[in-house]
Structure formats: C-alpha cells, structure tokens
Design a protein around this ligand. Structure first.
Ligand code: UDX
Length: 431
C-alpha cells in the first residue's frame, strides 16, 4: 500500500516513521519546507523526540520511507493520504483550518486514482464532511476521494512509544472501503481498533484531551484548597488513585498544563460548543483554573518579597514538561514576563529548551548553562519543569549558593522536610 503523510511535525513524522517501522514499505512524508526535507534525508530529526532519529535513519536506509516537498509526485497515485498538519488556535479560541484547507486543495488538484484521505490532525466536529465535499467539488480528475477521521493520541517526549504501543486506534469512517483500508494500515500494530462514524471520532479526540485537562485543573483546584485547609495534595492524590474508577494518572498538581494540545483543544471545544448554542461549563472551568494556576506561585512570592526590581531571580525549567524542547504555552513564559515587567534580573536554565526560549525573550533575560550558574547569588528561585536533572539536584546548593535560599517549586520536585532541614524557605503546590 502506498501511504503519503502531509506534514512532518510531531504527529506526521512520528506516524510515518512508525508505519515504516512496523513494515509498511512505501511511506512518503511531505512538507513544504525544502530545507527541512533535505535535513531529514540526511538523517537529521527536526524535533527533539526520544528514539525517533534512529528509526528515521534505519527505515530511510531500508527504503521504506522517503521525504519530499514535491506534493504532486507524492499524492498522485497513493492509496491513502494522512493529513497531519497543524490546527493552531485563532484569537477567538476556534481552530484555524487554513493548513488543512491548503493540503485539501493540493490533493484535489493532484490525485489520479480513488484515494482515502485521513485526517489525523485535531479538527472540529464536522471537518471531515466539509473537507470531503470541498475536495470532491474541486477534483481535477475523474476519481473518488473519501475522508476518514483517525485522531492521534501521542504525547511529546514519548511519541514513538505511544505510537508503537497506543492505548487504542480510533477510526471514524462512513464506508467499509475506508474501514478496511485503515484496518489494514493498523493491523501490524496489534492494538484495539475502535470504529465509529467520523463525527464521533473527531469528538473522541477533543473529549479525551479535554477530560485530561479537566483532571489536571481539578487537582490544581483541590491543591489550592489543600493549602488553605492544611491537607497535602500528594497524599490526597495517592488516596484517590487506589480507586480504579479514578486511576493514578494525571492527578499531579502543579503550575498548570501547557503544550500544543490541552490549551488549544480546551479552547477549541469550548468555542465550538458556544458556537452551537451550548455552554460546556466544565471545560470553561478547566481553562479558567489553568490560567490562574500559572501565576499562582509568583503572586504568592511577590507578596513575600514585595519588589522584584533589580533582584536576581532564577527560573529552572522552561519547557511545558520534561523530555521535550517545546515551550509552547509553557507556564514559564507568563512567569518570566511577569518578572521582566517588574524589572527583575531573570536568569533561566533548561537542559534543552533554551534555544526556543531565546526566540521569545532574546537578550531581555540571561541564559545559564547549568543549575549551579542559574541559582548562584539568586535571591529567589522558581522551579517550572520537573526535569530529572532538577529533581535530582543536590538541594544543599540552594542553601550554599543562593543569596537568599528561597525556592518556589511549581512541580513539587522536593520533599518539604528535606528542604526545611537545610534551612531553605520552600513553597510548593498544595502541600
Ligand atoms: C497531550 C495528551 O497527553 C496526548 O494524548 C495528546 O495526543 C496531546 O496532548 P502532551 O501535550 O504531549 O500530550 O503532554 P502531556 O504529557 O499530556 O502533558 C500536558 C501538560 O499537562 C504538561 O504541561 C504537563 O506538565 C501537565 N500535567 C500532566 C500536569 O500538570 N499534571 C499531570 O498529572 C499530567
């Protein structure tokens, strides 16, 4: 089977490489960025993702996968085209489908045989139907194009593993032809396949992401109350987790969720519901709690120090979570902005997120090469991401090397007793 994939971001590239890895022998990844394509052909992985580069190189050498910017050649005689381009947030919260529409136009102009077009990108309910109508109206050749929904559930940092060992494959189809083709593609993965109609499949993706976001916001809300009433949110989460109706995952309180999915997908579904005359109150609450959570620690800190002006402030961890270089919607960003506005001397450290952070803050902050350097003589330190290096840091150095050993930990990286014993002033979340 010939498979083309539009878009070489997290979803497109990981999907393409994993399809080749499980044995598909004719996979082509398409991207408009020539330079990116050339680098990929040379074996360079454009994203920071554990294990991906090795699989890219291996499958390219085996001739199972190719990369191209020539969409015409890539789409003209394939069996299936997977669309995995971005659907970023518009200013009103709705999903921007411009990239999907651009690819659809290219498909309509190019395909020369009956083709199944599969949308993997997260798209509003009804998009498959709309795009199918658009492509069929604008087809250059006398062929049939059918759309199917196949949402993606991978997480950054564990994307390859998540794809090779997915919890489930969801396919939303309107015909046996589409179902059979998709079942054939996913057969080598040996994972449960859930078949629904297209609208339900599109909804499964939003409902799953929004539920996880809601779970985090709920725990953050509970954490804030724990602080007031003298409970410990980690003990509370542990006690809850033994109930398998609740589960143990995504109960970790912190300074809010970030990344390229939860913030965007909560807002998009909320927008979609309002647009359809219905208010999704739970999702709205998740969004509001998350917005407040991001600045909760720093607001608390500002009461304690009164004035950040001229103060050396260390920020440890910039990415929205560990094991990625992605800083999109990372809680570190509004916190750094807050500090810059108050004229603090901000010094940041992250094992891999520094380059991306420089694109936002340029030389308005300092970039340290180590935790040691970042906290040296600092009067306050904020922990924003639970990188292993930060969690395993020798905490006695906060005491020894900071001007004032004052640590605000947004990810509960350290034990309260250990910090107190060393004489560190320590504030964390919900405990
Ligand atoms: C998420 C979904 O997990 C994935 O299924 C979907 O396909 C894309 O969106 P991702 O954005 O890569 O994946 O990261 P995830 O690990 O889910 O974390 C998202 C955010 O939630 C991070 O900022 C993380 O720090 C935060 N989080 C997660 C918590 O604050 N507490 C938790 O218990 C779990």
């Amino acid at each position: 089977m010939k498979i083309a994939i539009a878009g070489t971001g997290y979803v497109g590239l990981v999907t393409g490489v994993c399809l080749a890895e499980v044995g598909h022998e004719n996979v082509v990844c398409v991207d408009i960025d020539d330079k990116k394509i050339e680098r990929m052909k040379l074996g360079e992985c454009p994203i920071y993702e554990d294990g991906l580069e090795e699989l890219m190189i291996k499958n390219y050498k085996l001739g199972r996968i190719d990369y191209t910017s020539d969409y015409k050649k890539a789409y003209e005689d394939v069996d299936v085209i997977l669309i995995a381009v971005g659907t970023p947030e518009r200013s009103d919260g709705s999903a921007n489908l411009d990239y999907i529409k651009e690819v659809s136009k290219q498909i309509a102009q190019t395909v020369t045989k009956d083709t199944l077009v599969v949308i993997k990108s997260t798209v509003p309910i009804g998009t498959n139907e709309e795009i199918e109508a658009y492509i069929n109206k604008n087809l250059k050749n006398d062929v049939r194009v059918e759309l199917a929904s196949n949402p993606e559930f991978l997480s950054q940092g564990s994307a390859v593993n998540d794809t090779l060992n997915a919890s489930r494959i969801v396919i939303g189809v309107e015909s046996d032809w589409a179902r059979e083709l998709l079942e054939e593609i996913y057969r080598p993965f040996n994972q449960p396949i859930i078949v629904t109609n297209r609208n339900s499949a599109e909804m499964i993706k939003y409902a799953s992401n929004d539920f996880l976001a809601l779970k985090i916001s709920f725990m953050n809300d509970i954490a804030n109350l724990c602080e007031i009433v003298g409970a410990n949110v980690e003990d509370v989460a542990l006690g809850m987790s033994y109930d398998d109706r609740i589960g143990s995952k995504f109960l970790k309180a912190g300074i809010g969720y970030g990344g390229s999915c939860f913030p965007k997908d909560t807002k998009a579904l909320h927008w979609l519901s309002s647009h359809n005359g219905y208010e999704l109150k739970t999702v709205k609450a998740a969004i509001e709690v998350n917005e407040n959570q991001k600045l909760r620690l720093i607001r608390k800190a500002s009461k304690l120090v009164e004035n950040f002006k001229g103060m050396k402030v260390a920020v440890l961890g910039l990415t929205f979570k560990p094991d990625t270089d992605d800083i999109r919607e990372a809680p570190s960003i509004p916190n750094i902005q807050y500090l810059i506005e108050r004229e603090a001397n901000v010094t940041v450290y992250d094992p891999v997120g520094t380059q991306n952070t420089k694109k936002i803050f340029g030389d308005s902050i300092f970039y340290a090469n180590s935790i040691d350097e970042a906290i040296m003589d600092a009067e306050i330190c904020f922990v924003m991401t639970e990188w292993k290096e930060i969690v395993n840091y020798d905490i006695s150095k906060y005491k020894k090397n900071m001007k004032r050993p004052l640590v605000f930990d947004g990810r509960n990286c350290y034990k309260i007793d250990d910090m107190k014993k060393l004489g560190i002033e320590y504030y964390s979340i919900g405990r």
